[in-house]
Write a protein that binds this ligand. Structure first.
Ligand code: 5GP
Length: 113
């Protein structure tokens, strides 16, 4: 079943896209939790971390590489940032298309709530 992120990939709904390559898309979160809040997603529709297979290993690596590039472009690579992937209910996952949150631009608290 298509998700809101699937529709963003197909340009059926708009998003503020900050990075794209053949496998990965990144766009600003509609409800940012930090001054910089980017969602990095695979174009392949993987619902949760639980659904990642060994053949997806390179794809998951590409998500992290994209995150690092975006962090540098946005000038937070030295100040710092956090990558978060929520899985299912207890982590608060609401969109079932795998995504990595890139959060930065302020001091982030630890541990998270
Ligand atoms: P989750 O809670 O599943 O880890 O994260 C989903 C994220 O997607 C949330 O931070 C939410 O604000 C964001 N989001 C939900 N719908 C949209 C949308 O239509 N566009 C964008 N850009 N972000 C969305």
């Amino acid at each position: 079943m298509d998700t809101i992120f699937g529709k963003i990939i197909k340009r059926e709904i708009p998003a503020d896209i900050v990075y794209e390559d053949s496998d990965v898309l990144a766009f600003r979160d509609i409800d940012p939790k930090a001054p910089i809040h980017i969602l990095i997603i695979p174009k392949k529709p993987i619902p949760t971390i639980n659904d990642i297979e060994i053949e997806d290993a390179e794809l998951i690596g590409k998500i992290v590489i994209a995150a690092k590039k975006i962090a540098k472009e946005m000038g937070i690579d030295q100040s710092g940032y956090r990558l978060v992937m929520n899985c299912n209910k207890d982590a608060g996952q609401t969109v079932f298309h795998l995504h990595c949150h890139l959060l930065g631009g302020r001091q982030l608290l630890w541990p998270p709530g």
